[in-house]
Design a protein around this ligand. Structure first.
Ligand code: SAM
Length: 283
């Protein structure tokens, strides 16, 4: 059996299996094993930890996660062309790698990982076209705190900025509220386009998200409803943008201590949670 660190270079794997990157699947592969090890370390230490990876592709990050000592990696890949290359990684992994073929959006990830004993974590270089829906699904996991204790994920830098944005930041919006409501999030490091094959047009960021106890309890759906209304018309004052949700938005804003002239971009998570509770109560 071939050892993990003796597997052929990723460039050769890609050539051998004809893995020409396709845009439709958001394929930008990482070929530098030093970089994939760095990402895996941001998710570590990994001894005893079970990882869910979405989109392993030719397996660069997958190898790194296994080399860093993950107890197991469960990897969901939509592109059947990658399966042979991944089977080679699986063969070298002492049974620690399970590859599932399919669309990651179609699986219940909690259920998939339920049989694994010990801490569970999500680590992935996400396909940009499904990165946000995957993240919002994970952030919306019930019950909370979630089945995973950390997520270390690669996004386009612009999405990373929206994830970690604070009130008053240009990038602050629905994603920042949802993320901040349930996690501590930070950008760990940036990755330049030339680190990928093919290089994307933009810089990427590795983001770490650690689930936390929710300090401002409210219903997830209600929170989504109020942030959708508020940020849907982000330049408008809340007394205007919340009209579709409340018969008397001014009274509600007054009750929760937010100025009726405030705009969504200045309201913090405590404020949105209070509005969500008011929406729940009035629904
Ligand atoms: N992890 C590899 C790396 O870092 O080199 C590949 C990352 S590439 C940005 C995204 C990967 O996600 C591709 O392998 C692509 O085929 C896969 N993918 C795209 N959409 C997917 C989906 N809905 N479910 C699962 N995998 C998907």
């Amino acid at each position: 059996m071939q050892a993990l660190d003796a597997l052929p270079p990723l460039r050769d794997v890609i050539a051998e299996h004809g893995l020409r990157a396709t845009k439709a699947l958001g394929q930008n592969f990482l070929l530098d094993l030093n970089l994939t090890r760095k990402i895996a370390r941001a998710a570590g230490p990994l001894e005893g930890v079970h990882i869910l990876e979405v989109g392993p592709g030719p397996g660069g990050l997958t190898r790194a996660l296994l080399l860093e000592g993950a107890a197991s990696v469960t990897a969901i890949e939509k592109d059947a062309r990658c399966l042979e290359a991944l089977a080679q990684v699986a063969q070298a992994s002492d049974g620690r790698l399970t590859v599932i073929e399919g669309d990651a959006l179609q699986f219940d990830h909690r259920e998939l990982m339920a049989g694994r004993d010990g801490p569970k974590r999500i680590c992935a270089n996400l396909p940009y076209n499904v990165a946000t829906p995957l993240l919002t699904n994970w952030l919306g996991s019930e019950p909370w705190p979630a089945w995973f204790d950390r997520m270390v994920l690669m996004f386009q830098r612009e999405v990373g900025e929206r994830i970690v944005a604070q009130p008053g930041d240009d990038a602050y919006g629905r994603l920042g509220v949802l993320t901040g409501w349930r996690t501590h999030a930070r950008i760990v490091f940036d990755v330049p386009p030339q680190a990928f094959s093919p290089p994307p047009k933009v810089i990427s960021s590795v983001v770490q998200l650690v689930p936390k106890e929710v300090q401002h309890p409210c219903d997830l759906k209600a929170l989504e409803t109020v942030t959708r209304a508020a940020f849907g018309q982000r330049r408008k004052m809340l007394r205007q943008s919340l009209k579709p949700l409340f018969a008397d938005p001014k009274a509600v804003l007054d009750e929760v201590g937010i100025a009726e002239t405030a705009r969504a971009e200045t309201v913090d998570i405590a404020g949105f949670a209070a509005l969500a509770r008011a929406q729940q109560a009035s629904a």
